[in-house]
Design a protein around this ligand. Structure first.
Ligand SMILES: [Ca+2]
Length: 362
């Protein structure tokens, strides 16, 4: 009975009586509760006394019950009131204070921590780094509490060396092979950078042309600058202080180095640098690199696929890139296969400075 009476009042030409209950918590956000019964869209004016003017949009959506079909058990329509609260003013974040450091080749957070005397975790927190393994050359980092003085023994920044533009963070773990090593499968002749894995083919070499026989396992070392002759450092060391040296004398060899990376959907570019040290002999102390395009070959590993074998010209740095698109989040296996089909004085590879970057789809 009460509901029917309310419906009649609401349809008359008389001014409507609206009951408004309002709750204001401090300044913002404002919650407005409106309880009313109407049969048409109506603009609701809410008188508000506040020390701060806040505009509140109130949208009223009503599903009216037809007057001609009154039912005693009918539930009166409940107006739906959507209150779009003004955006709350965020708390003012206190920016970390400290000098800015520009990442140079060879840096990791732990290296930077050593240079600045500030804990790697604090640097990661101050810069919002979700993955402490991912920083990029040229990236500027706030070092909280740092006065800008490099610690003794730290590598000074080289002002004459321009930093490359940062196209995107390097998503590979330990991409320049600076962050430690281990013996793969416990094998002493397979020294591998941390977070990288090895596959070796020791089966028959059926390639033609080729030396026949079997492929032999390479010896692999993570070499530091101090263990590379000064004249060869610029040839074999592409970034930082460490490079991978893999080699097999007088026999063919076939192996691959790869890692697994968890990625979000997107397009990516994988870049690998290596120097095929395929040597047919020596002229005095001078290496004679094999000019046969088949003397050294590589292939990109991408999960179970990638590319076929490609020629890798010996005696110079090769830079190869491979692009792919991921449509769903997943773990992607990326790496490079290396193959020498001929037995010769040395089948060697220097491997350094790899990267994986997100790229914009054209
Ligand atoms: Ca390196």
């Amino acid at each position: 009975m009460i509901f029917v009476l309310v419906a009649v009042v609401s349809c008359s030409a008389e001014p409507q009586v609206v009951e408004v209950t309002r709750v204001v918590n401090n300044d913002v956000p404002v919650t407005v509760e409106v309880t009313r019964v109407v049969t048409q869209e109506t603009t609701v004016e809410v008188p508000v006394e506040v020390t701060r003017v806040v505009e509140v949009e109130v949208a009223v959506i009503v599903t009216a019950t037809p007057e001609s079909q009154p039912e005693p058990t009918a539930v009166p329509p409940t107006p739906t009131v959507e209150v779009i609260a003004p955006t709350a003013v965020p708390a003012t974040a206190v920016p970390p204070t400290g000098a800015t450091y520009t990442v140079v080749p060879g840096d990791t957070l732990s290296v930077i921590a050593g240079k600045t005397g500030v804990a790697a975790e604090d640097i990661a927190t101050a810069n919002g780094l979700s993955n402490i393994n991912i920083i990029a050359v040229g990236q500027e980092l706030i070092i909280p509490g740092w006065d800008g003085e490099l610690a003794a023994g730290g590598t000074p920044e080289n002002p004459t060396q321009p930093t490359a533009p940062v196209a995107g963070a390097n998503l590979l773990p330990n991409p320049s092979f600076e962050e430690g090593w281990y013996f793969f499968n416990g094998v002493a002749e397979w020294q591998l950078p941390n977070q990288w894995q090895l596959a070796v083919d020791e089966g028959p070499n059926t390639l033609s042309p080729g030396s026949g026989g079997s492929f032999y396992r390479p010896e692999i070392r993570v070499l530091s600058r101090a263990h590379i002759p000064p004249a060869e450092q610029s040839l074999f060391l592409f970034d930082g202080e460490n490079t991978i040296k893999a080699f097999k004398g007088d026999a063919p060899t076939n192996f691959s180095i790869f890692t697994d990376v968890a990625l979000q959907p997107g397009s990516y570019r994988f870049t690998a640098n290596f120097f095929p040290d395929a040597v047919t002999g020596y002229n005095g102390s001078q290496k004679i690199w094999n000019g046969d395009p088949l003397a050294a070959e590589y292939r990109i590993i991408h999960n179970g696929g990638g590319t076929g074998w490609q020629s890798a010209p010996a005696g110079r740095k090769n830079t190869v890139t491979y692009e792919f698109t991921l449509t769903e989040p997943g773990t992607v296996r990326l790496g490079v296969g290396f193959r020498n089909r001929f037995a010769q004085s040395n089948n060697g590879w220097f491997i350094d400075d790899w990267s994986l970057q997100a790229i914009n789809t054209p």
